[in-house]
Design a protein around this ligand. Structure first.
Ligand code: ADE
Length: 227
């Protein structure tokens, strides 16, 4: 079974609707939808926004359903120059850029006493996503680093910081927290993010304009990915 987590209801609503043999399971604050998508067993959940919500939901999903893989889908801001609105970023790895224990000699982003700076996504899931990307029209697919933090990025300065300091390709608010908990439990993960804005001063406006389209592309992509 593949666990699919979105931060916002909009990011998973359509997938929940398309689920066959659907079953709804409530566990604490989480409403899981279990069923089949593209013939594959899946369980879907809205985590809520930010790293804390993402981590808690990931652990609840693992404890309840023991998924073989975890997919995090949704939207992100572009950080790399070559990535634009409505493109797809497939995670090579993910870093929590707002973790800062530099006073103790850790590199910025490194969680003290945990594994490396960035959590690596699963190779086979990456390969599959890149292959699916090649078959789909209307957007470019990139492989890169997801920078996660509890902040909506909307400044050139912060964008440049994320690019220079972390070599990030996109920014969002959940991926690396899901990655951390997935890794801790030995569950392979992948983050798939369609670009809703370019994380600059225009980001709030661009986000509002492109969010729906980016989510629609994400839904189509997930259905292909699962096939
Ligand atoms: N999700 C979509 N766009 C984002 C941005 N600019 N910053 C953080 N999370 C995002």
């Amino acid at each position: 079974m593949i666990g699919i987590i979105g931060a916002m209801e909009e990011e998973v609503a359509k997938l929940k609707e398309l689920c066959e043999d659907r079953e709804e399971i409530q566990k604490g604050p989480y409403f899981f939808v279990k069923g089949k998508l593209s013939g594959k067993e899946v369980v879907l959940c809205k985590a809520g926004i930010g790293k804390v919500n993402a981590a808690a939901c990931t652990q609840a999903l693992i404890d309840t359903f023991s998924p073989s893989q975890i997919l995090n889908t949704g939207v992100a801001g572009a950080i790399a120059e070559e990535i634009h609105v409505l493109d797809l970023l497939v995670s090579k790895d993910a870093v929590q850029y707002d973790m800062d224990a530099t006073e103790f000699g850790y590199p910025r982003g490194q969680i003290p006493r945990e594994e490396d700076l960035a959590f690596p996504a699963e190779e086979k899931m990456i390969e599959k996503a890149l292959a699916v990307g090649k078959t789909m029209q209307g957007f470019h697919t990139f492989l890169g680093r997801v920078a996660t933090g509890d902040c909506f990025v909307s400044s050139q300065e912060k964008k440049e910081f994320l690019r220079k300091e972390f070599q990030a390709s996109c920014c969002e608010m959940e991926g690396a927290a899901i990655a951390q908990i997935a890794r801790k439990n030995g569950v392979p993960f992948l983050i798939l993010r369609f670009i809703s804005d370019e994380a600059n001063t225009k980001a709030p406006m661009t986000y509002t304009e492109f969010e729906r389209k980016a989510i629609a592309q994400s839904v189509d992509f997930v259905l292909e990915f699962l096939k």
